[in-house]
Write a new protein. Structure first.
Length: 142
């Protein structure tokens, strides 16, 4: 996968005088069945989260409150996305290194994940991640 495969998803919003309601449906608004939900909050100024890639897991990240940046890297190209609205989420496919940073005070990041937590699915060592990417991109020899 590549950073170009990361994309913003706009969720349906119903707005009236009473406020806004946003809904998200698995396999309709996100491209996978949601098996896990988690959130980040209370991130101190200057701290980062993430700094890993997943072998198979897909995610959608949403700024429910506040704003933060996501740095994306596929070993060749880099891209930065600022999330700052609860009606948009960022789809991150497998094999894209991601780092969340520049959290505004009071930010709340909701993450929808395609699978349960498995530590073996994580690349936490960047050098190992880059080695596996290089191997995967090498053409097969006959």
């Amino acid at each position: 996968m590549h950073v170009d495969d990361c994309r913003l998803i706009r969720f349906p919003k119903i707005a009236d005088a009473r406020g806004n309601l946003i809904f998200i449906e698995a396999l309709r608004h996100v491209p996978f069945e949601v098996k896990r939900v988690f959130y980040l909050y209370g991130v101190p100024p200057g701290e980062t989260r993430g700094a890993h890639a997943h072998k198979t897991l897909e995610q959608v990240m949403i700024a429910l409150a506040g704003a933060f940046d996501i740095a994306l890297d596929d070993g060749v190209r880099q891209r930065h996305v600022r999330l700052n609205a609860p009606d948009r989420g960022l789809y991150v496919p497998p094999m894209v290194w991601e780092l969340e940073l520049n959290f505004d005070p009071g930010s709340l990041c909701l993450v929808l994940a395609s699978d349960f937590y498995y530590e073996a699915d994580y690349y936490r060592d960047r050098e190992e991640y880059l080695r596996d990417l290089t191997r995967a991109r090498r053409p097969a020899t006959l």
